[in-house]
Design a protein around this ligand. Structure first.
Ligand code: C2E
Ligand code: CA
Ligand code: CA
Length: 311
């Protein structure tokens, strides 16, 4: 057994017992967040942060109706040729007061409040409409736009039919839209995830495993899943090529993916050295700041045209 302790002080923090206990409680949660089995003193910043979180949650509920979300697109590059091999759609929140908010700050909140369900539907539909526009212009015709799903989605038995219906509705060709699911989410309920992945695959929607190597999936499970792609997690790519452990892991994941006939994508490629290492090891696709940051649709379009001009 371990103990996490939060401490508030009379009379500095407050003079009311109720407030003092609430402050100690906030401090205890901070102790838990920061690794447990430790203690924290209450600070005013803890209240400010808790209030900011509540405000963000209220704003999030209005954001969807208010049209404040936007998708950015980041290229995926075929390492052997430098050609565009697809892209990933990444959500941003244009908050009226806070500016552009990164998904790391609101996706967990959307998940815990249930808002992720309509949010994911919005992401899929928005990406589908964009894909349709690009396909009509001859852009990204042979490649997919990959969208991120969250754990809540992977547990929804209607997932595949919902996505297929949206794609059909918008009128995009098969293979235009694909989805990424994190390894951690797959492993929280492998049976349900496996069924959903099989249904998606049958509906012509490819599935990739995101953040591969961070989620303890067994190789036996991987073999049984109808996935098309694995993404080597950024934390491993960041260690290339200097760190022997990072190199060994990347090399093993690439070999595993290739042996299973999967598309292997390395994410977070920032340097030429990293790209060279991955290319030499036979990794098919790279994604990262070296090639392009995530861009708004219009900018992505300009960039993509520069990579493989039409005609
Ligand atoms: P992810 O799916 O692993 O996405 C990759 C993240 O790495 C993105 O952060 C991307 O901007 C960033 N990145 C790309 N290249 C580089 C690089 O070279 N170096 C570094 N340091 N970072 C790079 P972002 O856009 O902030 O997204 C964070 C996470 O939020 C995503 O991680 C994904 O899990 C989640 N997310 C993003 N969009 C959606 C969405 O539409 N739906 C759901 N459910 N989750 C999303
Ligand atoms: Ca992803
Ligand atoms: Ca990832």
């Amino acid at each position: 057994m371990t103990a996490s302790i939060g401490i508030s002080l009379y009379p500095d923090d407050d003079t009311e017992s109720e407030t003092l206990i609430r402050d100690a409680d906030s401090a205890m949660y901070r102790a838990k967040e920061q690794g447990r089995d430790t203690f924290r003193f209450y600070t005013e910043e803890m209240t400010t942060q808790a209030l900011a979180q509540v405000a963000l949650e209220t704003d999030l509920r209005q954001a969807l109706a208010g049209g404040q979300f936007v998708l950015y697109y980041q290229s995926q590059i075929e390492l052997a040729t430098g050609r565009l091999a697809g892209c990933e759609a990444l959500i941003r929140w244009q908050h009226p007061a806070l500016g552009l908010v990164e998904p790391g700050r609101f996706i967990p909140l959307a998940e815990s409040t249930g808002l992720i369900v309509p949010l994911s539907a919005w992401v899929v539909r928005t990406a589908a409409v964009q894909i349709k526009a690009w396909q009509d212009q001859g852009l990204l015709t042979g490649a997919a736009v990959w969208v991120n799903l969250s754990g809540r989605d992977t547990q929804d038995p209607n997932l595949a039919s919902t996505i297929a219906a949206i794609c059909g509705d918008v009128g995009i060709g098969p293979g235009g839209l694909a989805v990424e699911i994190t390894e951690t989410w797959i492993m929280t309920n492998p049976e349900v995830a496996a069924e959903n992945i099989a249904r998606l695959q049958a509906a012509g929607i490819a599935v990739g495993i995101d953040d591969f190597g961070t989620g303890y999936s067994s190789l036996g499970t991987l073999d049984r899943l109808a996935v098309r792609e694995i993404k080597i997690d950024r934390s491993f790519v960041a260690r290339l090529p200097a760190d022997p452990g990072g190199c060994a892991i990347a090399r093993a994941v690439i070999a595993l993916g290739r042996a299973l006939g999967l598309r292997v994508v390395a994410e977070g490629v920032e340097t030429e050295d990293q790209a060279d290492f991955l290319r030499a090891e036979g990794c098919a696709v790279g994604q990262g700041y070296l090639f392009s940051r995530p861009l708004p649709a219009a900018e992505f379009e300009r960039y993509a045209r520069g990579l493989n001009p039409i005609g």
